[in-house]
Every structure is written in structure tokens, then in C-alpha cells.
Design a protein around this ligand. Structure first.
Ligand SMILES: C[S@@+](CC[C@H](N)C(=O)[O-])C[C@H]1O[C@@H](n2cnc3c(N)ncnc32)[C@H](O)[C@@H]1O
Length: 281
């Protein structure tokens, strides 16, 4: 086990080259973590096991403050479609409660006719509707007669103690009303021009850009942990933990929101990679 620490702009980064279960007690004080935002290895060949998930759930119970939250991002796999649910159950079996499930929508194909937006619906010369599908985001096409393409992943929001609940700051991740008449209707406008974005987060996957810009093969977009931290309404200098650090997207989000950060990874190359990205924020 090896620890790298750095301080910048009044917050710290602690990167642990070590195991996310065995090396937690030695590196994280009990009840010192406000929030975990993470994405485990999905495939068995990359290190996924239910044994590891149970170990992490136990470690998280001790490391999190009473009102601590976990945002656990995990995708479905063809070889094991039930994997996200089995992984989440490991936390329930270790005393966590499932507060909510957010769907991270990575790519979308919409038919503008279905949206019903008259400005966007096109008609041909005879006045017939012209179907206008719009595709946004990136996915890997599946060549299958039995499955459709994967366009989403799960984000399970788990809480340690339902008697000490952390309130969501829903409008911290709110979106502007597109129809401004909402602002004067009822009490809707009392929080300004923002409304709750709901439980489906449309965030294009990081691999949409040139492959060269990928720091880590299975990296989630920084926008995902950013939304998690904002939604949890953490005060500045709270502590965020990513037990599966990877390329450090959570570290980047934490720094940009003035949070302290700790991350573990079994792959020693990930620590300098994540630190480099953290320093650049
Ligand atoms: C899906 S990636 C995390 C990606 C990260 N959320 C990001 O966006 O950059 C999973 C990471 O878990 C690490 N890992 C696998 N088994 C581990 C273990 N037992 N302890 C700590 N890290 C582990 C892998 O090396 C890999 O970097």
C-alpha cells in the first residue's frame, strides 16, 4: 500500500494505491466521509465480485458519517444483466437503505413527432408528417437478435441511516424552465427559474469525444459525480471518497466543488493519472 497526498486551493487529495476493502481501515478514519460517488469494475475479468461488493459495503458503513450517502453507478452486462441489482443488494444486506434509483441516460434517439413540439415537426409538400429522429450521445451498437442497444446505466442512491437523512439540494442540479409561464403559476417560480431535473440524467458518455482524450477506459463523465455532490448539498471542504478511483473523475468533480477527496485503486498507474487531472482543475 502506498499513499500520495497533495494540497491545493485549501483542499486535499489523498490517493491510495491499495485495495478498496482491505486497505480502508488504515487510510480512512471512521465516520469521516460525507459522500461516496463511484463506479466499480463491472466485469469479473476487471475485478468485480460480490465478495468485493460486500467488503466495500462493510468498509463504507464504518467510513461514512451517519448522514452519509453513496451514489453507486453500475451498468448492465450482456453476460450478467442482473449484476447492477446484485451489486446494490450487497449494500442492503449490510444495512444500507435504497433511497432512489437514477437512470443515467448515455445516448438517446428521439422521434420529434413524439415530443409533440409543433416547431420541430416537419411536413412534406403534401402536408404529411415527416418523421424526424434525432440521435444524441454515443453507444456501442450490439449485433444481436435478442437485445437492443444499451443506452443507460444505473445510479443507486444508498443511505446509511434513515433516521439521520441528508436532504437533497434538488435545485443545485436544477434546470431552467423552458416554458417561462411556469414561473408565475402557483408556487413553482418561488425558487427562481429552476426546476427539479428528476431521476433520469441525460449526460452524454465521455467516450463521445476523440478516443485520445480518454484517460481511463471505463471513465464516467465528470458531470455524473458533479451532480451527485451537488444534489447531496455538501458544504465546502466536506470529504468525498471514490473506492474505485480509476481516471479520477470523482476527484476532478470534488476539487471543482471545493471538496476534500480520497480515492483507492489497485492499479498503481491510476493514482498519478487522477492526481494530474485533480491538479489541473
Ligand atoms: C470502472 S473503473 C472506475 C472509473 C472511475 N469512476 C472514473 O470515472 O475514472 C474501476 C477501477 O477500479 C479499480 N479496482 C478494481 N479492483 C479494485 C480493488 N479491489 N480495489 C481498488 N480498486 C480496484 C480498477 O483498477 C479500475 O481503475
Amino acid at each position: 500500500m502506498n499513499i500520495t497526498t497533495e494540497e491545493q486551493d485549501g483542499v486535499w487529495f489523498k490517493g491510495v494505491h491499495g485495495d478498496c476493502t482491505r486497505d480502508v481501515e488504515k487510510t480512512i478514519d471512521p465516520r469521516s466521509i460525507d459522500l461516496i460517488a463511484t463506479s466499480p469494475p463491472y466485469k469479473s475479468k476487471d475485478g468485480f465480485s460480490l465478495y468485493m461488493m460486500h467488503g466495500l459495503a462493510l468498509a463504507a458503513r464504518s467510513a461514512l458519517k451517519k448522514n452519509g450517502l453513496i451514489f453507486l453507478n453500475i451498468a448492465q452486462l450482456t453476460e450478467c444483466p442482473e449484476r447492477p441489482f446484485k451489486a446494490m443488494l450487497c449494500f442492503l444486506e449490510n444495512g444500507f437503505k435504497l433511497r432512489q434509483t437514477v437512470i443515467w441516460e448515455k445516448s438517446r434517439i428521439v422521434d420529434e413527432i413524439l415530443i409533440g413540439d409543433d416547431d420541430k415537426v416537419r411536413r412534406n409538400e403534401d402536408g404529411d408528417l415527416v418523421r424526424a429522429p434525432a440521435q444524441r450521445g454515443h453507444f456501442q451498437p450490439l449485433n444481436s437478435n435478442y437485445l437492443v442497444n444499451y443506452c443507460h446505466e444505473y445510479i443507486f442512491v444508498l443511505e446509511k441511516d434513515t433516521k439521520q437523512r441528508r436532504k437533497f439540494d434538488r435545485l443545485a442540479v436544477g434546470l431552467e424552465y423552458s416554458d417561462k409561464t411556469n414561473l408565475t403559476r402557483g408556487t413553482r417560480g418561488k425558487h427562481g427559474d429552476l426546476h427539479c431535473t428528476g431521476d433520469v440524467w441525460w449526460v452524454p458518455h465521455a467516450t463521445t469525444g476523440p478516443t485520445k482524450s480518454k484517460n481511463h477506459e471505463h471513465q464516467f463523465p465528470v458531470e455524473i459525480p458533479t451532480r451527485c455532490i451537488k444534489l447531496a448539498g455538501l458544504k465546502k471542504k466536506s470529504t468525498v471518497w471514490d473506492p474505485w478511483l480509476g481516471g479520477g473523475s470523482t476527484a476532478v468533480a470534488a476539487k471543482s466543488l471545493s471538496m476534500n477527496f480520497i480515492g483507492h485503486d489497485i492499479d498503481k498507474e491510476m493514482i498519478p493519472l487522477a492526481l494530474e487531472r485533480w491538479k489541473e482543475v
